[in-house]
Design a protein around this ligand. Structure first.
Ligand code: TXA
Ligand code: MG
Length: 343
């Protein structure tokens, strides 16, 4: 990955801010995170306050490459070490049993902890500088609760720039992957096997190839994951997702009815009030998706119409995020067509 230059002075200053208990926003290869010292409950509480996030939603702890997993977790299955060897640094979060001395502030009171070693060079430099590489940075996505995750430093400024709650925002360019990490629960491996809590760039097949066991879909007893709430990652403008042919017809009808449509598509389409055409590969689509949702949310449209991506396994993460973005908007197209447009 052609990474941005790492500004050593900015990293050192950010590490010091974290050590003092302040919040620092950091780039990762998935999305930007809002970081705090994972072992300082007051600092972690500041994350929840800044995001407006319920206290019982756990956050992910980010660690440096080669850091000691046993500091954070206990009863670590060999499968977890194999996955760390295969995919770290990278976009995989593992849920493990939490070590007794790790504050439960990071896990929303659950007896587990989510751990990930990110691959972004700026994130790695920060994690190596913070507490001499032995610390953990608790970091949910750097957005207000329920909003679309940020994939640029500007997105983070848009979320938190004005309110003074974030001491520093490190700029690492646009996040390469673009959607949040895959989360696999290994904390109940002996009784439930591996469980996929959130699909992402690293697929269930890729995980199964390493540990010889296919992660199952989450069950009701699975640890709570806020990224798994039905409505999440949502713009303020209603979102509707339709297959290409249906979308083409809908676009025509909405425009005939005087509605403003913001379009996110990957096939060729007629012009809309505002639009973004995304790459037709799952990686390219994921990379650009959140920036597109944010841009279309700013377009002053009645609805964001999204061309439904293919359904294949490679597209699982993208479809999951779009389904959540569209949740609660069902009936929006019908409503726009059946009520008078504002004059
Ligand atoms: O790619 C990512 O994972 C990004 C970057 C910043 O690393 N982070 C991220 O964090 O997406 P957040 O807080 O927006 O989502 C973290 C997800 C949530 O759904 C949370 O509930 C789940 O991870 N999680 C964290 N620790 C957990 C635990 N102990 N048990 C179950 N779920 C956990
Ligand atoms: Mg999030």
């Amino acid at each position: 990955m052609s990474g941005p230059d790492v500004d050593k002075a900015a990293i050192a200053a950010a590490a010091r801010l974290l050590e003092e208990g302040s919040l620092v926003a950091l780039p990762t290869e998935t999305v930007y995170g809002l970081g705090a010292d994972a072992e300082n409950p007051a600092a972690v509480a500041r994350i929840y306050a800044a995001k407006g996030r319920p206290m019982d939603h756990p956050v992910i702890v980010h660690i440096a490459p080669g850091a000691d997993l046993d500091h954070w977790a206990t009863d670590i299955p060999h499968e977890a070490r194999a996955l760390a060897d295969a995919f770290w640094p990278g976009p995989l979060t593992m849920i493990l049993k939490r070590a007794a001395h790790i504050p439960d502030a990071v896990s929303g009171g659950q007896d587990t902890v989510g751990i990930r070693c990110p691959s972004h060079p700026v994130a790695i430099a920060l994690l190596q500088a913070f507490k001499g590489g032995k610390g953990g940075v608790a970091a949910p996505s750097a957005n207000k609760f329920g909003n679309v995750s940020p994939t640029t430093a500007q997105h983070v400024r848009d979320e938190f720039g004005a309110d003074g709650t974030v001491a520093a925002i490190l700029d690492g360019g646009q996040s390469q992957v673009g959607i949040e990490s895959t989360i696999v629960d290994l904390s109940r491996l002996s009784t439930h096997g591996p469980v996929l809590l959130r699909p992402g760039h690293i697929s269930a097949d890729a995980i199964a190839a390493v540990i010889d066991s296919m992660p199952a879909a989450p069950d009701v007893a699975a640890p709570r994951a806020s990224g798994t709430l039905e409505s999440h990652y949502a713009p303020h403008t209603p979102v509707a997702m339709q297959d290409g042919d249906e979308l083409l017809a809908t676009l025509g009808k909405l425009q005939a009815a005087g509605r403003k449509v913001a379009l996110i598509h990957y096939s060729a389409f007629p012009q809309a009030h505002a639009e973004v055409r995304l790459p037709s590969s799952p990686e390219g689509f994921a990379h650009a998706l959140y920036a597109a949702l944010r841009a279309m949310d700013q377009a002053g449209s009645d609805v964001i119409l999204v061309e439904a991506p293919p359904r294949g396994g490679e597209w699982l993460g993208v479809n999951d995020r779009l389904r959540r973005a569209a949740h609660g908007s069902s009936g929006i197209v019908h409503g726009l067509l059946n009520h008078d447009a504002p004059t």
